[in-house]
Ligand binder design. Structure first.
Ligand code: HEM
Length: 364
């Protein structure tokens, strides 16, 4: 049993030493030999990868500049739910597909569409799920091939796509709302009060996001760290090359730190005293130190935008007789044990608000 020590000692005081990754055989198989940013050992190669990744894909300015892309994918998803009004839909699967499309579009500018979008997305999700759950090297090889096939298919589609189509959209949520207000049917206006109410809704959604990340951190043990040399932490010797898990899930549910820790209570974040920037070792769902998640900005934008849009566009209810089950399935990545299946009912009276983002070149 590993000793319990202050995670700040590992991720802050000895960050340089623990900045390496412990790459299991299975991890090596799926990461082209441990060669991508997540699994790369700390060193010049990782620094270069991280710099490129952050500067060219995940910086605030790049993320802001691809707002139209997020909007296009989200509207595609809203349109999907609209067409399924009153029927049970797998909400998690759709959100995963949206995220997948945004990320792959940012990576190689491709968009998977129509039937293929669903089947490729389902295959991708299936492969990711198996990777996360199995961790068996032999099986990993097979899965890695399937992954590779998916990538090939996406790249292939990208090559066929017309490169000229882009959605020329305004940049922030407020501008979108004002545009909607101007374009709304005069009989069913979107009032300034409603716009304000929506904007008020948003800070609350932000604390909802924080609470979700506290109680269900996506990487409950972070991603395994590995000391580059033998080191002593609080009197314990941690040999070079050992696998170090940081149990953020337990820390974020520790009753000596959090009041009613197992209760979902977003209001606890309203005082704005805690954030996940990596400086608070009682709340760090994205990790801390030099290996902190590079996708925080992306997560914030996608989470807030999609949650706000889904709540604003639909009333949601569970199927008759069902209760909400938030039981977790514990693995290197935390998942819901049972998928969230819910019935969407459109709540906006302007049907055009449910249309896909129409870019003449892309969708005609
Ligand atoms: C709910 C959303 C997410 C959570 C909770 C999360 C959490 C994490 C955690 C805990 C780590 C490891 C930190 C450590 O080892 O100390 C990590 C690493 C990483 N994440 Fe995320 N992540 C999320 C979304 C994303 C997204 C959307 C992207 C990019 C599109 C991303 C990109 C990365 C990268 C590149 C690393 C590796 C950083 C490195 O090793 O240098 N993450 N993430």
């Amino acid at each position: 049993m590993a000793p319990f020590v202050d995670s700040g000692l590992v991720l802050k005081d000895k960050d340089t030493i623990f900045a390496n990754r412990y790459v299991s055989a299975a991890g090596r198989e799926i990461s082209y030999g441990g060669n991508e940013i997540l699994w790369n050992p700390s060193g010049p190669k990782w620094r270069m990868l991280r710099k490129v990744c952050v500067r060219d894909m995940l910086s605030s300015s790049t993320l802001d500049s691809v707002y139209a892309l997020r909007r296009r994918e989200l509207r595609q998803s809203i349109n999907y739910f609209y067409n399924k009004a009153g029927s049970p839909v797998n909400v998690g699967e759709q959100r995963f597909l949206t995220m997948l499309n945004v990320i792959t579009s940012m990576l190689w500018g491709s968009t998977v569409k129509g039937e293929e979008r669903s089947s490729l997305g389902a295959e991708f999700r299936h492969v990711v799920t198996e990777i996360v759950e199995l961790g068996v090297t032999k099986k990993m090889k097979v899965l890695a091939k399937r992954f590779d096939k998916i990538f090939e298919s996406i790249i292939d589609q990208r090559q066929k796509l017309d490169r000229n189509g882009v959605c020329h959209e305004s940049k922030n949520f407020l501008q979108v709302l004002l545009k909607l207000k101007d374009e709304a049917d005069p009989k069913i206006p979107l009032t300034m009060t409603e716009i304000k109410a929506l904007l008020m809704q948003l800070p609350y959604l932000y604390v909802v996001m924080k609470e979700v990340l506290r109680i269900h951190p996506a990487a409950p043990l972070l991603i395994p760290h590995c000391p580059s040399e033998t080191v002593t932490v609080r009197g314990y010797t941690v040999p070079e090359g050992s696998c170090v898990f940081i149990y953020v899930w337990a820390i974020q549910r520790d009753g000596s730190i959090w009041k009613n820790p197992t209760e979902f209570h977003p209001e606890r974040f309203l005082d704005n005293k805690r954030d996940y920037s990596g400086n608070d070792f009682n709340y760090f769902p994205f990790g801390s130190g030099r290996r902190i998640c590079a996708g925080i900005g992306m997560t914030e934008r996608m989470f807030m935008y999609s949650l706000a849009s889904l709540i604003h566009s639909f009333d949601w209810k569970l199927t008759e007789g069902e209760t909400l089950d938030v039981t977790e399935k514990f693995s290197i990545i935390l998942k819901k044990k049972m998928p969230l299946v819910a019935l969407p009912t459109p709540r906006l009276s302007i049907p055009t608000l449910y249309e896909k983002c129409v870019s003449r070149v892309l969708y005609e």
